[in-house]
Design a protein around this ligand. Structure first.
Ligand SMILES: C[S@@+](CC[C@H](N)C(=O)[O-])C[C@H]1O[C@@H](n2cnc3c(N)ncnc32)[C@H](O)[C@@H]1O
Length: 212
């Protein structure tokens, strides 16, 4: 997907995915994926999600990756902290106590740069990517996180009714993408109240992935 699609969304403040509270499935299911409240948790394609603020209040250390510098500036402004900004090749790193966000293409984030993470929270990351990028994304994520456990949120709906993003990523595809590297369990499978974007009947699922 063309990076400009996302950069223009941020420039024009068209952020339909952004929620005004921490994701309820994060709050409910994270304890099933990670026990240590001081753990280091990676949020790929993090935007300026309020999940990060919630995780900090719970004592977690958060690391994110996000294409848009506008998003990351807003994230730190909202958190009320002044970041230290450093450059790492094509990426910038914004960091402050308990938060470190890499600005740039997630595919440029390496194991060395990311350093060790204890858990991954994927909300609106896999499902933000078109089908032809999802295989590469899943492989890259497994590689740079060394198959850290994941809490993954996905959507399933009739892609003929609505174009993504978010894209429908059916259970069979999630299994195909991840079963080679992870044990998988479906934590919940719920109706999206009112439909996706208020128009399309959809299911929202939460998965726990743990390294095989
Ligand atoms: C649908 S939004 C989800 C944001 C966040 N996870 C949330 O729940 O609010 C997808 C985000 O991924 C970012 N993004 C898209 N492609 C990316 C890439 N290749 N590398 C890093 N970030 C990317 C976009 O700028 C956008 O902020």
């Amino acid at each position: 997907m063309d990076p400009n699609f996302w950069l223009e969304r941020w420039e024009n403040n068209h952020l339909g995915w952004h929620q005004d509270q921490a994701h309820p499935m994060l709050v409910k299911y994270l304890p099933q994926v990670v026990e240590d409240s001081g753990a280091r948790i990676f949020l790929p394609l993090c935007g300026k999600t309020l999940d990060i603020g919630w995780l900090r209040t719970q004592g977690y250390n958060v690391v994110g990756a996000e294409l848009s510098e506008i998003a990351v500036k807003q994230l730190f402004e909202n958190a009320g902290v002044t970041p230290e900004i450093t450059e790492h090749g094509s990426l910038k790193s914004y960091s402050a106590r308990q938060i470190n966000v890499f600005v740039g293409d997630i595919f440029d984030v390496t194991i060395d740069l990311l350093s060790s993470v204890d858990v991954v929270f994927d909300r609106a990351a896999l499902v933000a990517l078109p089908e032809d990028m999802r295989n590469r994304y899943a492989q890259h994520l497994a590689e740079i996180t060394q198959m850290a456990p994941q809490l993954l949120i996905s959507f399933e709906y009739d892609q003929n009714v609505m174009a993504g993003p978010p894209f429908s990523v059916p259970q069979a595809e999630i299994t195909r993408l991840y079963e080679q590297n992870y044990e998988m369990s479906l934590l919940t499978d719920e109706d999206v109240a009112g439909g996706l974007k208020g128009i399309c009947p959809a299911r929202e699922q939460a998965w726990k992935l743990t390294k095989r």
